[in-house]
Design a binder for this molecule. Structure first.
Ligand SMILES: NC(=O)c1ccc[n+]([C@@H]2O[C@H](COP(=O)([O-])OP(=O)(O)OC[C@H]3O[C@@H](n4cnc5c(N)ncnc54)[C@H](O)[C@@H]3O)[C@@H](O)[C@H]2O)c1
Ligand SMILES: [Zn+2]
Length: 474
C-alpha cells in the first residue's frame, strides 16, 4: 500500500492530547479526523461512561468495531485511537497493514493533569492511572512506526519523513524493506565524505554502490542509462539516494522506472535537499530543452534526514539552501530561518510535507512552493544555467514576488542579499513568457496575500516586466 494512501493513526495514553493534535494534523494534511471514542459513542448513541457501566468488555467490543470501520475506510484518514484499543489483535493487524502509526509520547504528569477530573472511567484513581501508563508503554512502542511530540512530528510521520541527528548511522534499520537489498547511489563528492558511514550502517543489506556524476550532470538521460544498466537489485530491493537534490531527483527517477518502480529512500545531504528536494515524491531528469522535463511522481517509502550531515557543506552551498528556507518561512508566515539547524530542517520539512500531502500530484495548492521561481527560472534560462546559481536566482525571484505582492522584502534583502544579475533582458522576458505558468498569454504567479500564499494570480504583463527588469543589472 502506498504511503500516501495509508491512514495516520495516533496512539497514546489518556490525556496525551491525541484529539487536539489529531484535529490539527488532519487540517494540515487535508484529511478527515476520526476520534475513535467519539465514533464509539455516536455508533452506540451512548456515552463512554454509560458504556463502561455495562462492563469494560462491552466497550472494547464496540471500540474494535469502530477501529475496523475507520481503518478500512477507503480514503486515508487521521484516526485517534483510545488508550486500550491496541489490546485487540485485529486492530493491531489493520494498523500494521493500512496505517502509519504514531505514538504521541507525553510525560505521565501532563497526561494526568489533562485526564484527571474528566469523566473518563480509567482516570479516577491516580495510582491506577500511573500503573496503566507504564503498562501500556510497551504496547505503543510495539505498534508505532514513529514517535511524535508535536503536530510537525506527526505530519512528518504521515509523509514518511524521519528527522534525527545521527540517523545516517542507523540506516540499516531506518531503510524500510525487512532487511532487503539496498543499492546506494551518491555523487563522488558526497560519497567521499559520508559514503563510508552509510555503507557501514547498511551492513549486510548493501548490495552495491553507484556514483552519479556531479551536479545537474546526474540529471541526464545518459547518467540515468548508466544507473539503470548497473542496477543489480530485484523488485524487493531499495535504492538509497545519498546526496543533494540532483542525486535524489535522478536516483528517485531511477526508482520510479526501474522494473516499473521499486522502493527508494532518499538520505538528503544538502540544505536544498533536506528542506525541499527529497520531500514530496517529485523525481525528474533534465532535457536539453529544459529542466525537469522528464520525471515521475514516486513517493519514497521513507526519507531519512540527518541534520548533522549539513556540517560538511561549504558556505556557498549553504547559502543556496537558505534561499529555499526563506521561501518556506515566507509561505509559512514564520521566521523559520532563525531556528538552529536541526529545528530549521524539521519545521521546513514538515511544512513541505503537509503541502505535498494535501496536493500530492500538483493539481492546486502545491503550486505555492513555486514562490519566486517563475522569475528565478527565467533568469537561469537567460544566463544559460551558467554563472547564476539556483539559490541566487530564487533570492531575486522572491524579491520580485514580494514586490508584486505589495510587501517589503527586508528579510530577503538582509538574509540573501540578492544582487541584480547581468543577463539579456529580452531573453529573460521571453523565458518568462514560455514558462509553464502561462495560461492564454497571461502570466499566473504565486504571490503572498494578506491571508497567506495565493497561486494562479494573474498579473498584468507590464508589472511583471518591470519587476523582472529590476532584477537585471546594466
Ligand atoms: N524534486 C523536488 O521537489 C525538488 C525541489 C527542489 C530542488 N530540486 C532539485 O534539486 C537540485 C539542486 O539540489 P542541490 O542544490 O542539493 O544540488 P546537488 O545535488 O548538486 O548538491 C550541491 C553540491 O553540494 C554537494 N554536497 C551535498 N551534500 C553535501 C554535504 N553534506 N557536504 C558537502 N558537500 C555536499 C554536492 O556534492 C554538490 O556538489 C536541482 O536539480 C533542483 O531541480 C528538486
Ligand atoms: Zn528551488
Amino acid at each position: 500500500m502506498a504511503l500516501t494512501d495509508k491512514h495516520l493513526a495516533l496512539v497514546g495514553f489518556m490525556g496525551a492530547g491525541k484529539t487536539t493534535l489529531g484535529a490539527e494534523v488532519a487540517r494540515r494534511i487535508g484529511r478527515r479526523f476520526v476520534d475513535l471514542d467519539e465514533l464509539v459513542e455516536s455508533n452506540a448513541e451512548r456515552s463512554i461512561v454509560e458504556l463502561f457501566a455495562e462492563g469494560e468488555s462491552r466497550f472494547r467490543e464496540l471500540e474494535a468495531r469502530a477501529a475496523e470501520e475507520s481503518l478500512t475506510w477507503p480514503q486515508p484518514l487521521v484516526v485517534a485511537l483510545g488508550g486500550g484499543a491496541l489490546a485487540d489483535e485485529r486492530t493491531r493487524g489493520l494498523l500494521r497493514e493500512r496505517a502509519v502509526t504514531v505514538w504521541l509520547d507525553r510525560p505521565l504528569a501532563d497526561c494526568w493533569e489533562r485526564a484527571r477530573g474528566s469523566d473518563r472511567p480509567l482516570a479516577r484513581d491516580k495510582a491506577e492511572f500511573e500503573r496503566l501508563y507504564h503498562e501500556r508503554r510497551s504496547a505503543y512502542a510495539d505498534v508505532a512506526d514513529a514517535t511524535a511530540h508535536d503536530a510537525d512530528d506527526a505530519v512528518l510521520a504521515a509523509a514518511g519523513v524521519h528527522v534525527e541527528r545521527g540517523a545516517i548511522h542507523r540506516l540499516g534499520n531506518l531503510v524500510p524493506g525487512d532487511g532487503s537489498a539496498a543499492a546506494l547511489v551518491s555523487d563522488p563528492h558526497v560519497a567521499g565524505i559520508h559514503g563510508m558511514d552509510a555503507q557501514l550502517a547498511l551492513g549486510p543489506r548493501l548490495a552495491q554502490t553507484h556514483e552519479l556524476p556531479h551536479g545537474e550532470e546526474a540529471k541526464t538521460l545518459h547518467a540515468l542509462d548508466r544507473l539503470w544498466q548497473s542496477l543489480r537489485i530485484d523488485r524487493t530491493g531499495t535504492i538509497v539516494a545519498l546526496g543533494g537534490g540532483c542525486t535524489t531527483d535522478a536516483a528517485g527517477f531511477a526508482a520510479a522506472t526501474y522494473l516499473r518502480g521499486i522502493a527508494w529512500t532518499p538520505v538528503p545531504t544538502s540544505l536544498v535537499a533536506q528542506v525541499d528536494a527529497a520531500i514530496g515524491g517529485k523525481t525528474a531528469v533534465d532535457l536539453p530543452q529544459g529542466k525537469n522535463l522528464v520525471g515521475a511522481f514516486h513517493w519514497p517509502d521513507r526519507t531519512v534526514i540527518d541534520p548533522a550531515l549539513l556540517e560538511t557543506l561549504s558556505d556557498r552551498q549553504r547559502r543556496e539552501g537558505l534561499a529555499e528556507v526563506v521561501k518556506t518561512g515566507l509561505l509559512a508566515g514564520e521566521p523559520l530561518w532563525e531556528l538552529p539547524d536541526g529545528e530549521l530542517v524539521r519545521r521546513c520539512a514538515a511544512f513541505k510535507s503537509a503541502v505535498c500531502l494535501r496536493d500530492p500530484h500538483d493539481d492546486g495548492e502545491r503550486k505555492m512552493l513555486n514562490l519566486g521561481h517563475t522569475f528565478a527560472h527565467a533568469l537561469e534560462t537567460a544566463a544559460g544555467y551558467e554563472g547564476l546559481t539556483h539559490g541566487r536566482a530564487v533570492a531575486l525571484g522572491l524579491k520580485a514576488a514580494l514586490k508584486l505582492s505589495g510587501r517589503e522584502s527586508r528579510e530577503v534583502d538582509d538574509l540573501l542579499q540578492p544582487k541584480p544579475v547581468h543577463v539579456d533582458r529580452e531573453l529573460a522576458w521571453q523565458a518568462m513568457q514560455r514558462d509553464k505558468k502561462v495560461v492564454r498569454g497571461e502570466l499566473r504567479l504565486v504571490l503572498l496575500g494578506t491571508r497567506g500564499p495565493e497561486w494562479d494570480v494573474s498579473v498584468p504583463s507590464a508589472d511583471v516586466r518591470s519587476a523582472l527588469d529590476e532584477l537585471i543589472a546594466g
